[in-house]
Design a protein around this ligand. Structure first.
Ligand SMILES: Nc1ncnc2c1ncn2[C@@H]1O[C@H](COP(=O)(O)OP(=O)(O)OP(=O)(O)O)[C@@H](O)[C@H]1O
Length: 588
């Protein structure tokens, strides 16, 4: 049997690009994309991608060249997920919530050759480019670099006429060759995408995906979420986040309809769900809060269920219960940029259906089991690197092994070899394994609070805080304590009461509540109320910023010795800012 060789017929490099060609053949007249007044079929999407890819070749784009794009979830962003790698290049989607400095750093670090910019982000792109010219300092991309060529993407529905130079997206499509079928992929290990991490715990890193990894990740997630044929998928998750957790390629594989959305506000989401009979969407848990806050009326309930896959941050169990009561069917996944999106899915067991709502939400808030393409998911003791017992108590670091993991960090061999040790990828996330084999994240290694020798999980404490009826958002970080070394400090935003007030809950109420629901050593020694919690561009709470604020808090050995008079101006200023000011200043 060993003498049966691989050949061109039986060994074809794995690539998600094959999904598009198949969609054009099999679902030719099915709607592929809807964006406000525009509609495309899969046949048209394929032809547009072939044309765009052929135009890209005319810019002398070569294998491994990076093509960056700064755009929200619009049709062009979707098409580029196929057209750029069809031309043999590597797609780099840039987070539209980054500031000019970070965008310049990414352009510099990635050495992007072309830079596609949505017409609403021209000012930001201009600023980034002027920093690029100046060679401004940045931890990930210093020094001078060659300038990428700009291509503007005008709004298909309401053209702005804005130009960044000579080139415009639709013109490239029109002048492209529809017969072009794309470059022949020689090796499935070739890169398809370059995605920078969110920078929640350290500087953003450039993560490179292979065609093979992207293909396997896409299929395993479709299976893990049991997404059937012809879904109507609403783009609430940014495509720039891990290529929309691979659903950019996945919706083509299922012959689904992409409902593109420039601004996923609550009213836009509800409107689109109704207008297009949406069946699926993905988002971070923070979006569930936005949907709850902005739901149409008190007694609102969806007329047919919408499947929501959430991930990116730990979902508080009480939030899951509330959103499901509106008719959303939540599935929960855990992942990271380095794992090409989701790596674990909380696969639902039929017998859990019989449990009370609160129990079900608790089970669903666990991160779950490995996706199909991972060969191994383990939780290891960080010192011994041995697997922890499946007792739901012993903590260790999540380690992954499998073909959907990244190729490595772009232009950072040291970080790559640090990330892959002992043939596994250590995630930096701390978890326990329950007796049924399901993993539950307790913290990120950097977020654990060590108080008097006890490890306190900030996630556990946050989960209790989220059960308080008036807590909208909660984040717990370490603050220094004269006796215990570190103690928990809670930052909270409150939900308005029936008269719209948010300031009628105080620290004493929260502490008393915590004392009733937690062991005493876990009770926060300081509770700070803020108008908004600072978030990263992917909606994660910026704990490093909160830790910096907590450095200003001083407590005595006894809890009653809290020295409130010493709250410095910096904290006072933070307290008095509006939600918008906090959000604006907290962008990466
Ligand atoms: N379902 C989930 N539950 C808990 N945490 C999650 C979940 N999904 C993702 N995460 C967290 O998000 C992290 C991955 O996020 P991402 O890849 O966007 O970059 P980042 O880790 O936030 O940024 P950086 O690595 O630059 O600090 C995971 O390591 C984990 O800590």
């Amino acid at each position: 049997m060993d003498r049966l060789p691989k050949c061109g017929a039986n060994y074809v490099p794995l690539s998600p690009l094959t999904f598009l060609k198949r969609a054009a053949a099999v679902y030719s007249h099915r709607t592929s994309i809807v964006y406000e007044g525009s509609r495309f079929t899969w046949c048209q999407t394929y032809e547009r991608c072939c044309r765009l890819a052929s135009s890209l070749r005319s810019f002398n784009i070569l294998k491994n060249d990076v093509v960056s794009v700064l755009a929200p979830n619009i049709p062009a962003m979707y098409e580029m997920h196929f057209a750029v790698p069809m031309a043999g290049a590597v797609l780099n989607t840039i987070n539209t919530r980054l500031d000019a400095n970070n965008i310049a750093a990414i352009l510099r670090h990635s050495k992007a050759k072309l830079f596609f910019v949505d017409c609403h982000f021209v000012a930001l792109a201009h600023e980034a480019v002027s920093l690029l010219v100046k060679g401004a300092e940045s931890p990930i991309g210093n020094g001078s670099c060659s300038m990428p060529l700009f291509i503007i993407i005008d709004d298909a529905n309401s053209a702005t006429g804005v130009r960044l130079g000579e080139l415009e997206y639709e013109e490239l499509i029109q002048r492209g060759n529809v017969e072009y079928v794309g470059e022949m992929l020689q090796d499935e290990w070739d890169p398809i995408a370059l995605n920078y991490t969110s920078g929640t715990t350290s500087e953003p890193k450039g993560v490179v995906y292979s065609h093979r990894g992207a293909y396997l990740s896409t299929l395993s997630l479709l299976l893990g979420w049991e997404m059937g044929n012809g879904p109507v998928y609403l783009w609430t998750l940014p495509m720039f986040h891990c290529n929309g957790w691979t659903f950019t390629w996945g919706i083509a594989a299922r012959g689904g309809t992409n409902i593109c959305l420039r601004n996923p506000t609550a009213s836009n989401v509800y409107h689109n769900i109704k207008a297009h009979d949406v069946t699926h969407m993905c988002c971070a848990p923070v979006v569930l809060n936005i949907l709850l806050e902005g739901k149409p009326r008190e007694e609102f309930h969806l007329t047919s269920p919408v499947h929501v896959l959430i991930g990116g941050a730990p979902p508080p169990a009480p939030l899951l219960g509330k959103i499901e009561s509106l008719g959303f069917q939540v599935s929960h996944a855990y992942g990271l940029t380095e794992a090409t999106g989701p790596a674990l899915v909380c696969e639902w067991q039929a017998q859990w259906d019989q449990l009370p709502q609160e129990e079900r939400a608790k089970l669903k808030a666990r991160q779950g089991i490995g996706t199909l393409t991972l060969a191994d998911v383990d939780v290891k003791d960080p010192q011994t690197l041995l697997s922890v017992p499946c007792d739901g108590k012993t903590k260790g670091e999540i380690a992954l092994r499998g073909s959907s993991l990244m190729k490595g960090y772009f232009r950072d061999e040291e970080a790559t070899s640090k990330a892959f040790r002992n043939d596994c990828f250590l995630t930096g996330d701390v978890a326990v394994v329950h007796p049924d084999g399901y993993l539950e994240i307790k913290d990120r290694l950097k977020d654990i609070i060590i108080s008097g020798g006890e490890n306190i999980s900030s996630v556990e404490l946050e989960n209790v805080l989220y059960r308080h009826p008036r807590v909208l958002e909660a984040a717990v970080v370490a603050m220094s304590h004269p006796r215990w070394g570190e103690s928990p400090c809670a930052f909270i935003t409150t939900r308005p009461n029936s008269t719209g007030r948010t300031d009628d809950v105080n620290e004493g109420d929260i502490m008393a509540y915590c004392r009733r629901n937690l062991p005493h050593f876990m009770v926060p020694k300081w509770v700070e109320f803020l108008p908004e919690l600072p978030k990263t561009s992917t909606g994660k709470i910026k704990k490093f910023q909160l830790r910096a604020l907590a450095k200003n808090f001083k407590v005595g050995e006894n809890i009653s010795e809290k020295k409130t008079d010493q709250v410095p101006a910096e904290v006072m200023q933070y307290r008095s800012q509006s939600r918008e000011q906090v959000l604006a200043s907290s962008r990466l």
